[in-house]
Design a protein around this ligand. Sequence first.
Ligand code: COA
Length: 215
Amino acid sequence: MDNVVIFGAGGHASVVADIIRTCTQYNIIAYIASDIKTTSRDGLPIIEDSIFYKNPMVNKGIIAIGNNFIREKVVNSIQSQIPGFEFITCIHPKAYVSSSVNIGVGTVVMAHATINPYSRIGTHCIVNTNSSIDHDSILSDFASIAPNSVLGGNCSVGKGSAICIGACMEHKSSIGDYSILGAMSFLRKNLPDKILAYGTPAKIVRNRAENEKYL
Ligand SMILES: CC(C)(COP(=O)(O)OP(=O)(O)OC[C@H]1O[C@@H](n2cnc3c(N)ncnc32)[C@H](O)[C@@H]1OP(=O)(O)O)[C@@H](O)C(=O)NCCC(=O)NCCS
């Protein structure tokens, strides 16, 4: 069993650790985080990232940070500081993923998520608990869909965008890069990059910056 580390040490990291332990394919040896306040979680040590970068004890792991922009930044930082670092993919055994679906490295698919045929899931995405992605949809790199969110068929979510808790996208609708569809919204059309939209039907509320906090 290969040793791995998890970048991030919050609640989302515990869920990812739980999936890895359930699958028994990898052995988690530590959480890696910045500005650490405690030195252990779930019985594992938490190691400061600057220390890990200087002397990485393994070169395999996953980023378990819920904020899409920060996850992207951490991936870039790992790639520049630890050449050859390998990102693993975590799929809960109780998720349904059609055999025709491609899933990029670093992506997490949580319990009871469904991904239907011919959908394409990018790298370092989060497909959260009980969410569903119907046929021929696209989740771009670093995007996330929150618990209980629903994408109809032929939907598209741009790079770094977040579909928040309980939100739905009508079939063939889309949202651009680094945009947010707020909780419990129903999206019926195509929305552009870098916006916050919410409501039923969802409407653009304002523009947003790539790195703006939303969690
Ligand atoms: C995206 C989100 C964070 C935006 O919230 P926000 O930054 O507070 O938005 P705004 O500052 O524009 O809020 C302005 C108003 O709209 C309301 N509002 C915010 N999101 C709303 C939504 N999704 N639906 C309806 N109204 C909403 C706010 O309550 C606020 O109302 P008020 O002025 O009467 O107090 C929020 O919509 C959301 O989705 N939160 C859930 C995130 C999530 O899914 N977390 C779990 C991840 S696993």
